[in-house]
Design a protein around this ligand. Sequence first.
Ligand code: UT7
Length: 332
Amino acid sequence: MNRIFKSVGIVGTGRCLPEKILTNFDLEKMVETSDEWIRTRTGISERRISQADIATSDLATDAALKAMEDAGVTAGELDMIIVATVTPDTAFPSTACIVQSNLNAVNASAFDIEAACTGFIYGLSIGEKFISTGDAKTVLVIGAETLSKICNWDDRNTCVLFGDGAGAAILKEVEEGEGILATLIGAEGWKGQVLTLPAGGSRMPASVETVKAGKHYIHMDGSEVYKFAVNIMPLATQRVVKKAGLTIEEIDFLVPHQANSRIVQAAAKRLKMDSGKIFVNLNKYGNMSSASVPVALDEALEQGLIKKGDNVVLVGFGAGLTWGSCAMKWSK
Ligand code: UT7
């Protein structure tokens, strides 16, 4: 019989990053910007760009295969595939269904979620509930993006910030008291207009005019997003830590959404957290939206920065506007 409320943890991770590197110096030749401006305002030095014939599902599938290998899980064991993305291959079928087909994961349900940069944390929260209640045993959560395809490469306000990539995690039942201790997800939809992709949906169907006006690209009021981020990152961290029955001092490692190193530093200061406990890799990849957190987690694990028994927090924010956090006792 199923025991309700099982403990659920991440038992494997993987990532996929396109090989092509676009540096700040390359961008200097494309728009009126400088390596100095980009580095001092954002912390970003370079980002990865996928080839023209590569779609989000290709990166997602590769990251998934690595996470499955890390977890020792076969495609047939997957009960659910959740893909968090704002750059799906197509409006439908979902990117998750394309990944399911690529993996031949015939026993899985598959769906996309759209919570922008917070998407992976939303996905973890959903997957955890299914396993915790006994409705699933093995869930694959992926954050995958090809943001280079929706960037306006003539707009220096946005094109310097984003990059492509995918990260994946396998969720399974773990020992009681380990794994995910608490998750929190939220949204402030009334602030949504500060970060949008206006055309191509039912409000503004794609047309020659929308393309000419560049409405199929990312539009952002950077300073408004910045204000939201510096406030919500520490708040979401504090709240999930409290929900998990821990204190900030007891957190061993924080993996924040990788948008801007100034946002991460401001959050660290508000939390009074030693910056050595906070993982940053945005210098190499820029902001990969939903892929940022799982790619950062996978790299931190690879570098041996997270050990079994560590209290780890993931925190993110993004378009919507959305936010989310997840506190875990690392179980592997
Ligand atoms: O995952 C969520 C996605 N978004 C974010 O996380 C974005 C959050 N926001 C930010 O990271 C920052 O607000 C930015 C990095 C986008 C901008 O930094 P800022 O310090 O807030 O700069 P600003 O918007 O105040 O712009 C300062 C100046 C402006 O010129 P004027 O109007 O003062 O003459 C911009 O036109 O910098 C100019 N500027 C640039 N200059 C050189 C904007 N982009 C560039 C650029 N190169 N790439």
